[in-house]
Design a protein around this ligand. Structure first.
Ligand code: NAP
Length: 255
């Protein structure tokens, strides 16, 4: 572990783009750490955390390894979304090359609500093939993979996302909103649009969980795009667990 930088060896590189990444950065900055949050740059006006920000891809494993060295980061936290598989794999490889500790902040999976009609899909494309003819589907899968549903002109699609992708078909209604979402609002939304299917990712966390509870309550099938497999890494399920790990790392690293 590096301890020799201008910040007394307390620079933390957070791979971000999520709510927990922001919460972690804010807390660490308030605690006096030097924090650099890295954003992919997909969103035009992202909510920014405290601390330093860098934006854009690193250029693969080598680029990330070089950034870790340039920042003299003592630890890397992969707090990216559980479906951001490439950057998580790159983080494992780059930290290994640089011999820098890595912790993955990975929210626990949502368990299946009791009685839910839960249909697993391995990808957005598979989810799109499962939605039956004439369905009224609610999509909560983000912008990047929305195109998997563009060809489903036989369905009525309501998609919730932060930013609209280009080429949205005519049969789509886009709701530009970010969580947290409350159960009663999700119930009202599904009823207002007469939704017959929910398509989503197992993101974990409380902020966006209500949709699956609402679907289960209304007897709406949940087509769940399951998480991609990631290479092994030390992981924490909460911001607090991650903070504890970092505090311990700096305590033992500076003894
Ligand atoms: P991805 O497929 O794993 O990553 C593709 C490439 O984007 C990476 O190889 C890397 O480019 C760059 N990249 C990704 N995250 C980065 C970060 N935090 N900082 C710098 N470069 C990053 O990722 P993705 O699924 O496109 O997600 C992109 C961002 O959106 C992530 O920050 C993620 O947390 C956030 N996000 C994703 C989802 C989702 O469902 N996928 C949902 C919510 C938020 P280089 O190889 O050039 O370094």
């Amino acid at each position: 572990m590096s301890n020799g930088n201008a910040n007394g060896g307390r620079t933390i590189l957070i791979l971000g783009g999520t709510g927990p990444a922001r919460a972690l950065a804010d807390t660490l900055v308030e605690a006096g750490y030097d924090v650099v949050t890295s954003l992919a740059g997909r969103t035009s006006s992202p909510r920014l955390p405290k601390g330093r920000i860098r934006t854009g891809g690193f250029g693969g494993v080598d680029g990330l390894a070089a950034a870790i060295a340039n920042l003299d980061a003592s630890v890397v936290v992969d707090a990216t979304h559980p479906y951001a598989a490439q950057i998580s794999a790159n983080a494992v490889a780059a930290c290994k090359v640089k011999n820098v500790p890595l912790i993955r902040l990975e929210r626990a999976l949502w368990p299946r609500p009791e009685g839910a009609n839960w249909i697993s899909a391995a990808s957005a494309a598979e989810a799109a093939s499962i939605v039956p003819l004439g369905a009224r589907a609610f999509l909560a899968i983000g912008r990047q993979e929305a195109h998997a549903f563009f060809s489903r002109s036989d369905c009525m699609i309501v998609a919730r996302m932060i930013e609209e992708p280009e080429g949205i078909p005519k049969n789509w209604t886009v709701i530009r909103e970010t969580g947290p979402f409350a159960l009663e609002d999700e119930l009202a939304l599904f009823e207002a649009h007469a939704i017959t299917h929910l398509v989503c990712k197992n993101s974990g966390g409380e902020a966006t969980r209500a949709k699956i509870d609402a679907a289960a309550q209304l007897g709406i099938p949940i087509i769940m795009i399951e998480r991609p497999a990631l290479p092994d890494a030390k992981s924490a399920e909460t911001v607090q667990e991650t903070l504890d790990f970092i505090a311990e790392l700096f305590r033992t690293g500076t003894d």
